[in-house]
Design a protein around this ligand. Sequence first.
Ligand code: MLT
Ligand code: ZN
Length: 459
Amino acid sequence: VSEAFLDTLAAIVGPAHVLCQPADMLPFLTDWRGQRRGSALAVVRPGQMTEVAAVLRAAGAAGVAVLPQGGNTGLAYGTLDTGPGQRIILSLGRMDRIRALDPVGLTMEVEAGCILHTVRQAALAAGRQFPVSLAAEGSATIGGIIAANAGGVNVLRHGMTRALVLGLEVVLADGTVLHGLRALRKDNAGYDWKHWFIGSEGTLGVVTAATLRLLPRPRHTMVALLAVADPAAALALLVLAQEELGDAISAFELMAGSSLALVERHFGLAAPIAPAPWFVLMEAQASLPGLAEATDSVLATALERGHAGDGVVAASDAQAQRLWSLREHITLAEAREGASIKHDIAVPVPAMPGFLAEASAAVERAFPGARLNPFGHLGDGNIHFNVLAPPGTDAAAVNDLVHGLVIASGGSISAEHGIGRYRKAALLAMRSPAEIAMMARLRAALDPGGVLNPGAVFD
Ligand code: MLT
Ligand code: ZN
């Protein structure tokens, strides 16, 4: 069965694009942190949407599962599986064209395998902006960020990926193609079905192309790094900044002093201000003049009121880049430090200081020797409450403790990374049986044969 099936795949995409050798498949079957290895019959790399449809039909007929994959930068093992049954990885990386950019309509049509950084650069080159931005944007693909409904550092102002997708081209499990690449801002004709696929983690259909929403490119950007005493002071700073700068605030990131210490240890990148218990990285963008003056006045007030102890404002693009690079290296530094137990939690913004204090104390009490690496998107109420625990620590027990406090705070156990195969148990703990049953009915309706990414999100 396998030989005949592989021949069929080779006939569809060309033999060069069906990888079967272990060494060739390895990068597609290992997560970038090196924590998990998947298995597959083959990695299949289609070059166009019709090939995706043909691969899905062939897989369905052969009873082989299909795991769609973008840049393989995820943190929830969404496309890595070792369970029973046969499977292939469907890697969309060859479908990487920017098909069109409309600077007047503020839209861009791109294929799923296009790298996020490439999309962002193309928009900037046209004097426009695609605001989804995250540390992995040099490898993450548009299809992957749509399947994950990725967040990143600009959610505060621009929303999650969902808010920036106008239309999708999707292939269903049975090979049916949904042509929905519409560039309309307003379209209430029937169900807005694109939203079923955004954030579906490759379980409902394969996104092959998207029409993205662009914005004008802001003329002025201000980036500042501030030392703060604790998360409550950071929150007071956020409120002040939002009152004074309004929606010009595009990013408001909180980082523990211990997070920046990891970045310095592993990458030699140091903050240009003295060590502190916590830091805030704040960015504001505007096209009208006056941003620099308004920001200076916010920072002066923050220092005066004691919300911040010290701070630096980037005086050039290069300096802004250096401040951002401190933030962007935290996850990499954490991976170099050793195994970590990740959390991607959200709580209502005002509840965050209390949650961080309570969760930190509880983890340190229950798991002696555990070190905390909390950082992330305070402006969105989303912190990566990561724990560097001594070898042998029961990771599931750490997850249960943290997630219990999250749920008690009215929060979410997955703010932006998705469920994948890592947080399936936690999902069941925070969604009602009725909600899970409804999700299962939708999944069964779109993929009755269970071809697409079985084992992901829920069983
Ligand atoms: C980030 O905000 O840098 C990420 O979502 C990654 C992480 O949780 O490590
Ligand atoms: Zn994040």
